[in-house]
Design a protein around this ligand. Structure first.
Ligand code: ADP
Length: 462
């Protein structure tokens, strides 16, 4: 079954809560009304008993007692019936034919013996419920008589039944009205959300610069707008970066392709000797090799940028650093640069060994590339402040302070001519940064122009 809409659920909750409140309030008010009506009846019974007793003590007759009751309490109390009983419970005299045989229950008799009065409710099969008060009359501490006064509870019962009927009729109406009202109110309350989702739906990849309007109420709706706007800003930046990246990548690929095209066109313009053709093919091959390297770098970079779900294996960094050392030494062979290890400690991190190897290799490769003959490249692997550090230091040409931050951006080559020679497209450090970031680490550089650079990768330990 399809889940109910938020609006319907809120309206139902609202009606449900109201129903619970009304049921509790109705039960309480019904009990209170019943209690207070009974209190009134009991009070009138006590008054009648008092009058009956006092009038009787004056030795007045039956009719005089009734007249006194009527005078004192009004005609509304003419349905009160009373009788005198002797201590054994035999009727001495009474106000008229009893509505029912008034019993002297054992409990009332026991109370009377102790001088206490008793209120009881009796069920009369014909006339409905009756309230009965039994009062002992004591003279000189002795129980001489018992007065019983009764009143029918039919009116009280009818009043309560009427009240109950009203409640049973009104509560469902109130709950139904609350449900409809709740539906209307939540509809109004949710309108800004609907407006916002309509506005958000109209924002496409082409106009990510648009933002959702805030109402200025600083409420949940405004917070939602802020959240979506922050997300849009992030998406806009990411899209812009992706566009810039493809433009730069296309440019990187176009330059060698144009050179290749030019060389081939020149070669085709006239007949050439086999030696000349071979020369053209050789330089074409160089361009093609450069293109292949560029394409490989691009592929690697886009893979590492998307490496959000990198496997999380335990990786021992020592063999990786030693392999990079070997590769660096091979690369430096014949250039007059020495590559050596400094402090090597065992370090284990969580991540992907292949990607980390690639990052260290790139740093060592650059260090060898940008260090002139006679220079030194050294590698260290340490644990400092609870993090694993890989340090690649060289005594090479160094990097200008102004360029230090941007060398990690894609396609940045400070020494373009030299880099072209050595084959990079300016993605090496961008790749290092993206691999290290995917491992929750950082990479930074310290450098003195002309005196060397020191690249440090910091990774969280496993
Ligand atoms: P490339 O493919 O050109 O090597 P990188 O992203 O690896 O691209 O490096 C970007 C630029 O940073 C390089 O062109 C170079 O100018 C500079 N650079 C990188 N490493 C060093 C280093 N160890 N010493 C001096 N300059 C460096």
């Amino acid at each position: 079954m399809r889940p109910l809409s938020l609006r319907a659920r809120l309206a139902l909750w609202y009606a449900g809560v109201l129903l619970a409140i009304l049921v509790v309030m109705s039960a309480l008010s019904y009990s209170f009304l019943r209690w207070s009506l009974l209190q009134q009846v009991d009070a009138s019974l006590a008054s009648v008993a008092q009058i009956v007793r006092e009038t009787d003590e004056r030795g007045a007759g039956d009719s005089e007692v009734e007249r006194a009751i009527r005078e004192l309490l009004g005609p509304g109390f003419s349905d009160r019936y009373y009788q005198f009983l002797d201590p054994e419970g035999r009727s001495r005299f009474r106000s008229g034919p009893p509505p029912m045989a008034l019993p002297l229950t054992p409990e009332a008799r026991a109370n009377a013996t102790q001088g206490r009065r008793t209120f009881e409710t009796l069920e009369d099969a014909r006339g409905g419920p009756v309230r009965l008060l039994t009062v002992p009359v004591l003279r000189e501490g002795r129980r001489v008589e018992i007065i019983q006064v009764s009143a029918p509870l039919a009116r009280l019962r009818d009043a309560l039944a009427g009240y109950l009927t009203t409640l049973l009729g009104l509560v469902p109406v109130a709950v139904a009205l609350a449900a409809v009202g709740g539906f209307v109110v939540t509809g109004r309350a949710l309108r800004p959300v609907r407006d916002m989702s309509r506005a958000a739906r109209q924002i496409t990849a082409e106009d990510l610069g648009r933002r959702l309007a805030r109402r200025g109420a600083e409420d949940e709706i405004d917070h939602l707008a802020d959240t979506l706007n922050t997300m849009l800003a992030g998406l806009e930046a990411a899209f812009a970066q992706a566009r810039r990246f493809s433009a730069d990548a296309a440019h990187e690929l176009r330059t060698p392709l144009t050179a290749l095209k030019g060389e081939i066109e020149v070669a085709l313009r006239a007949g050439r000797s086999p030696e000349e053709y071979r020369g053209v093919l050789r330089s074409s091959l160089e361009e093609v090799e450069h293109l292949i390297r560029a394409a490989e770098d691009l592929l690697l970079f886009s893979r590492s940028s998307a490496a959000i779900g990198l496997p999380r294996d335990r990786v021992d960094l020592e063999p990786i650093v030693l392999q990079a050392l070997e590769a660096g030494a091979r690369r430096a062979h014949g250039t007059g640069v020495t590559v050596r290890a400094e402090d090597i400690e065992p370090v284990t991190v969580l991540g992907e060994g292949g990607a980390l190897r690639r990052a260290v290799l790139n740093l060592v490769d650059n260090a060898v590339k940008y260090t002139p003959a006679g220079g030194k490249v050294s590698l260290s692997l340490l644990v400092r402040d609870g993090r694993g550090l890989i340090i690649v230091q060289d005594t090479g040409i160094g990097i200008d302070p102004a360029d230090r931050a941007r060398i990690f951006d894609p396609f940045v080559r400070l020494d373009a001519a030299r880099s072209r020679d050595t084959g990079g497209v300016g993605l090496g450090l961008a790749l290092v940064r993206s691999i290290v970031a995917a491992h929750g680490g950082t990479v930074d550089v310290e450098s003195t122009s002309g005196a060397g650079s020191r690249f440090t990768i910091r990774l969280p330990l496993a």
